[in-house]
Design a protein around this ligand. Sequence first.
Ligand SMILES: CCCCCCCCCC(=O)SCCNC(=O)CCNC(=O)[C@H](O)C(C)(C)COP(=O)(O)OP(=O)(O)OC[C@H]1O[C@@H](n2cnc3c(N)ncnc32)[C@H](O)[C@@H]1OP(=O)(O)O
Length: 199
Amino acid sequence: MGEALRLLIENATATEMPTEHILRAAELIRQAAAPLGEHRRGRFDTASADDLLGGIRLYNPVTGEGSAFAPPVDMHREGDLAIGTCTLGRAFEGPPSFAHGGVSAMLLDQMLGYAVTTAGHPGMTVRLDTVYRSPVPLYTPLRMTASITEVNGRRVTATGAITTTTAPTTALVEATGLFVALRSDQAKRLFGPVLDRSA
Ligand SMILES: CCCCCCCCCC(=O)SCCNC(=O)CCNC(=O)[C@H](O)C(C)(C)COP(=O)(O)OP(=O)(O)OC[C@H]1O[C@@H](n2cnc3c(N)ncnc32)[C@H](O)[C@@H]1OP(=O)(O)O
């Protein structure tokens, strides 16, 4: 379903079809959406397809295969380096033919988060600094990297970059993120209702 939704969003964003076609499509989309909404989970319920502790989040807006919104980014580790790949379609456009700057920040937040989490230092982003060196092109295979640069008690710093796959040494956007490991009281305060319901 995620793939179908992403095709829908891409075509809906790029379409130049006449108004009557768009109105008919809107009606068909409403018809498809209605039965899905008959049984929904609440705010604190994790998706039955998810495995929170195993790191599986089907609807994550960056990596989720089931997400209408995610590119999705495919992530893996090679030694100490986290690597991600994706291609951004029209829905991610900011400056004409290039990605929105907030999208780049979102991709890098997730990349850095993946790097720290899969290195055994899970935490939440408390700071993300982005440097935009060149616009990120749409419809172009992208490569992202991230790695940890410092572990200081509960604080972990990671850096990363977005490049194209054809020019992997030319950073288009760079980011440095600070992640903080939650104390147990913080984890309980923020995620208690979710953990209680998924236990
Ligand atoms: C496998 C896949 C993995 C995917 C990962 C995806 C990653 C996605 C990342 C996200 O998007 S997370 C969502 C965005 N982030 C948030 O919503 C976090 C909001 N912030 C908070 O809820 C609180 O800041 C938090 C509970 C994380 C920490 O609580 P506090 O701000 O009270 O900090 P605390 O008192 O626990 O301090 C911990 C340390 O961090 C430091 N610190 C906290 N915020 C800081 C900051 N902004 N800048 C610098 N240092 C900071 C703080 O000074 C302290 O340093 P020391 O240990 O040396 O005393």
